[in-house]
Design a protein around this ligand. Structure first.
Ligand SMILES: Nc1ncnc2c1ncn2[C@@H]1O[C@H](COP(=O)(O)OP(=O)(O)OP(=O)(O)O)[C@@H](O)[C@H]1O
Ligand SMILES: [Mg+2]
Length: 249
């Protein structure tokens, strides 16, 4: 059981990196759970997939029905079986979409249930990859509590790197249980490469890979075509494979 969460500033390439990691890892002999924790829900599309129902929908259902259910119904069991029923089984991985963020109501009750449920679900897999929304909000709600590796994706902007630094501070502040934090530089070009490496060193971030700016990837995304169609020898995918080796996956 290994849990990897992918985070970083908006638009840096979190979803693209998550999709390419999953794409390469499905050929390995391991069970994989892909979690889309971005309320905007982009990971299924990047994987060439669609998902109808989300964890958020089930949570809303429980919140609505909680008082109508007979007292002897085990609510946690019920929510758990609902979550299993929306877990999409795909070729080489299972996919779970978290969906909408909390609305104005009180979600403490269902979020507490969800925490226990997610802990158990994650234990069923060798590897869980979580694509998150920009920022650490969802992690701070701690629906998924134990993350082995946090991968911060940053692009060729100073702000992206500053976000990485802020995330590191936030992890300490809110006491998240994260064992390692790595950085992936994405959309790297020959022009920004050296400067970016310098900045990463200055900030003492643990650089695990540099994914080049890839025209093939950009044009697939522009047309809304899944990244599963990316040629195996494309610049970005080749680097992702190196990162997988480096992380010992
Ligand atoms: N290595 C790359 N080369 C070229 N384009 C890239 C690369 N990585 C990502 N992109 C492009 O950058 C844009 C943002 O990528 P993506 O949606 O993966 O970012 P994100 O961090 O998940 O964004 P959000 O914060 O909105 O979830 C997309 O148009 C994508 O095609
Ligand atoms: Mg995204």
């Amino acid at each position: 059981m290994r849990v990897i969460a992918i985070t970083g500033k908006g638009g840096t390439g979190k979803t693209a990196i998550a999709a390419m990691l999953i794409r390469s890892l499905v050929s390995k002999k391991m069970t994989i759970l892909a979690v889309d924790a971005d309320p905007d829900t982009n990971l299924p599309e990047a994987l060439g997939d669609t998902v109808e129902e989300t964890v958020g929908d089930q949570r809303e259902f429980m919140l609505r029905e909680r008082d109508n259910l007979p007292p002897d119904v085990d609510k946690e069991r019920m929510l758990e079986s609902k979550i299993y029923s929306i877990l999409a089984e795909r070729h080489g991985y299972d996919l779970l979409v978290m969906g909408r963020p909390d609305g104005p109501g009180c979600y403490c009750y269902t979020n507490n249930l969800l925490r226990g449920i997610m802990d158990r679900i994650v234990k069923n897999y060798d590897l869980t990859i979580i694509d998150t929304a920009a920022g650490l909000e969802h992690l701070s709600r701690r629906i998924i509590r134990d993350v082995d590796e946090l991968i911060v994706v940053t692009d060729g902007s100073k702000r992206g790197l500053q976000t990485a630094q802020r995330i590191r501070e936030l992890v300490d502040e809110i006491g998240l249980n994260i064992s390692h934090m790595h950085v992936i530089l994405n959309k790297v070009t020959p022009q920004n490469r050296d400067r970016l490496i310098e900045l990463v060193k200055q900030l003492e971030l643990d650089l695990v890979g540099m994914v080049p700016y890839d025209e093939d990837l950009a044009s697939l995304d522009l047309e809304g075509i899944s990244l599963m169609e990316l040629p195996e020898n494309s610049l970005a995918q080749v680097e992702i494979d190196k990162i997988i080796m480096k992380l010992g996956m």
